[in-house]
Write a protein that binds this ligand. Structure first.
Ligand code: F0G
Length: 457
């Protein structure tokens, strides 16, 4: 007998109380935070959908594994266990632990980029872009055209435009040290890349003799989408699909805070001996010795176990279904969202929801702040504040103004999601009352984290 309800594939043995606040308290807290939810205290947030990064719940097995951590400075047993799991999954020769994903990016790009280089990707995540640009190189986004239309339903909106990649490699090939593909494509809505597309990218990389690196933060969610949507893949295990994805690449950067099911950690894994040597030298400078790379032995244990749990089918089925469940409710209520649902998040199209707020008055911030004030839900703007300022300092509208509701892994239950849907729908019903914002102060790089805003009247 097959029942329709997809349940959380775990029971809960340790709980953390939520703190309820009233609307006046939230208004005050947001004012003190300069209108930027990044500057709120976590205790003032009821349901925190700011990010799915490092916010997941570890399993009892992972907590048990922490006690197995070997804290030897060099040659830790935990490193060898971590290395074995990463190699089994990815097949890459060198496994270099880092404290999180952006450290892997920084070390890779500092090792291989020089000023004037170009790095193609479907869409660079913000830290990835920043780590490319800090080397004086260009982060070039080449996602397929369908990936830029929020309402358009397509099974693999994270795919790379192969014609555009070919053009880049023909015109600027001598300046391209590596090609990247982000799985799933976070900045493009948590959308997957198909195996077929990765094969196409691989073929171009072979033709132009370029290495291919995956930004593999959400590799397991990408593998599940392939299993569901790509012809001929339904009978493969998620792990086998993930292995097939990695087999098409020469290396990867990874944030274990996502599909590593850990609260901290990451790694760089690659085949090239010379690049690995350079990366390890940089690693020692700022992260630590190559067998711990800025992590405790117990972190390496938690990640090793997390990488095994994340490819289990009941987990992935529930994981992807929870995002779809929220998406279904919002679509039914007429809230414009990026479709189909992403793996780790739902993205509301703030520009479509709030057409009376022009992009340079930040409709995403208006929506994020209203969600917080109305229901204590914290989301994040992925739009003109995050991406709207060029390296010359000039401001222009980002391609999209999205608001992301990211789902921490194994943390919230279906009733939490029901509540979130109710809050979003309530805010959407009062959309005309929402006002835009202006920036009062902002740093020069990654301004979304610390900018201060003032609401326009
Ligand atoms: N690449 C992608 C696609 C990411 O989503 C992130 C982080 C990183 C790299 C960097 O990893 O945080 O461990 O240094 N994304 C988080 C988010 C922060 O909220 O989407 P990190």
């Amino acid at each position: 007998m097959a029942f329709r309800t997809i349940i959380e594939p775990f029971r809960i043995k340790s709980v953390e109380a939520l703190r309820f606040t009233d609307e006046p308290t939230r208004r005050r807290a947001l004012a003190e935070a300069g209108g930027n939810v990044f500057l709120l205290r976590g205790d003032d947030v009821l349901i925190d959908l700011l990010t799915d990064s490092g916010t997941g719940a570890m399993s009892a097995t992972q907590w048990g594994a922490l006690m197995q951590g070997d804290e030897s400075y060099a040659g830790s047993r935990s490193f060898y266990r971590f290395q074995a799991v990463v190699q089994d999954l990815t097949g890459f020769r060198h496994v270099i632990p880092t404290h999180q994903g952006r450290a892997a990016e920084r070390i890779l790009f500092e090792s291989v980029l020089t000023a004037g280089d170009v790095v193609p990707n479907n869409n660079h995540f913000d830290t990835t872009r920043a780590n490319v640009e800090v080397e004086g190189a260009e982060a070039r986004d080449l996602v397929i055209a369908e990936g830029r239309v929020p309402s358009l339903v397509h099974p693999f909106k994270g795919n790379i435009d192969l014609d555009a990649l070919e053009r880049t490699l023909m015109a600027d090939g001598d300046r391209v040290p590596l090609v990247m593909a982000t799985v799933t494509n976070n900045s493009g809505g948590g959308q997957p890349v198909s195996l077929e597309n990765l094969r196409g990218v691989r073929a171009l990389c072979d033709r132009f003799d370029k290495p291919l690196f995956l930004d593999a933060c959400r590799f397991a969610e990408n593998a599940w989408f392939i299993k569901q949507r790509e012809a001929g893949q339904a009978d493969q295990t998620p792990k086998a699909i993930a292995q097939a994805m990695f087999a098409l690449a020469d290396g990867c950067t990874m944030s274990a805070k996502k599909d590593g099911l850990a609260n901290i950690g990451g790694f760089l894994a690659l085949n090239d001996d010379a690049w690995a040597d350079k990366a390890r030298t940089l690693l020692i400078l700022t992260e630590g010795f190559p067998t711990y790379g800025g992590l405790a032995g117990y972190d390496l244990e938690a990640i090793a176990r997390g990488l095994e749990e994340v490819v289990e089918e009941p987990y992935l089925r529930y994981r992807i279904r929870s995002a779809e469940y929220l998406a279904d409710k919002l679509v039914e209520a007429g809230v414009p969202i990026l479709r189909p649902a992403g793996g780790h998040a739902i993205y509301i199209d703030a520009r479509a929801l709030l057409p009376h707020i022009p992009p340079l008055e930040y409709p995403g911030i208006a929506l994020v702040n209203a969600l917080y004030i109305t229901g204590g839900v914290r989301a994040v703007e992925i739009g003109t504040v995050m991406f709207g300022r060029g390296s010359d300092g000039a401001e222009s509208p980002a391609a999209m103004d999205l608001v992301r509701l990211a789902l921490p892994r194994r943390v919230y239950t279906q009733s939490h999601i029901d509540y979130v849907a109710e809050v979003v729908i309530e805010v959407a019903s009062q959309r005309e009352a929402l006002r835009g914002y202006r920036i009062v102060s902002a740093p020069t790089a990654l301004r979304h984290f610390t900018a201060k805003f003032e609401q326009l009247t």
